[in-house]
Design a protein around this ligand. Sequence first.
Ligand SMILES: NC(=O)c1ccc[n+]([C@@H]2O[C@H](COP(=O)([O-])OP(=O)(O)OC[C@H]3O[C@@H](n4cnc5c(N)ncnc54)[C@H](OP(=O)(O)O)[C@@H]3O)[C@@H](O)[C@H]2O)c1
Length: 248
Amino acid sequence: MLKPSKMLVFGATSAIAYETIKLFAKDGTSFYLCSRKEDELKRLADDLIVRGAKEVRFATFNALDVNSVTEAVNDCLIKFPDLDGLFIAHGFLPDQKVCETSIDSMRQVIDINFTSAATILTIVANYFEKRGTGTIIAVSSPGGDRGRQSNYVYGSAKGALTVFLSGLRQRLSRAGVSVITIKPGFVDTPMTVDFKKGILFVGPEVIARGIYKAVLKGKSEVYLPAYWRFIMMIIKHVPEMIFKKIKL
Ligand SMILES: NC(=O)c1ccc[n+]([C@@H]2O[C@H](COP(=O)([O-])OP(=O)(O)OC[C@H]3O[C@@H](n4cnc5c(N)ncnc54)[C@H](OP(=O)(O)O)[C@@H]3O)[C@@H](O)[C@H]2O)c1
């Protein structure tokens, strides 16, 4: 599997994304970074150049503003007409209780985690399909494998993303475009800052190494660390009769 030489990154400021693109920077990859924070993007761009990136451009976007999403993608395709990599890492883990009573909050979670990603994927997938090449990496979550009372709003958005990626992978496989779904378990990042850290927590650099390897090996769907595949297999197979009685 060829490593992307020019990569569009949404959620570039995320701890998981940044640890990952640092690995690709060493290979001389060029980047088009997107996030809401211009100052932070500038700082990351300078750092990536020092680490070996060939060229780094950046743009701001807000996942809740579809125009800013499409503008960033289209500008990237003008600046990098030979784009061959897409990495979607932005996401928002909400307070589930707030989403149970606020329709606005519930919809925002779906828009940030799913609708914006599906928008980006639709444009870039068509572009890669025409060119007959490209690697798409998107960060979903094991939380999308089964709805749980503690986070089913976030989980359903990630579940929709997983299904979208699965269909896209099947569609694009004949066109020479690979689609990789990443499902990290508990990762110690700003997103989980308020969580009590147990033994299942790993650092973002562990996930980054797993993503880098998944690209090199041309994987389709990876749980990171790999033991999450077994944890989720058990959770998915608990009969509904029992599942509805346990608090997960
Ligand atoms: N941490 C975990 O345990 C875990 C587990 C499974 C999956 N994930 C997924 O992994 C991905 C990376 O998360 P992380 O753990 O690295 O968290 P993080 O460091 O908190 O990063 C979150 C990212 O999402 C972006 N973002 C949030 N709301 C946005 C919005 N409205 N518009 C645009 N960007 C927005 C942030 O960008 P700004 O710079 O604009 O704030 C930031 O880049 C996410 O998709 C997350 O759902 C994380």
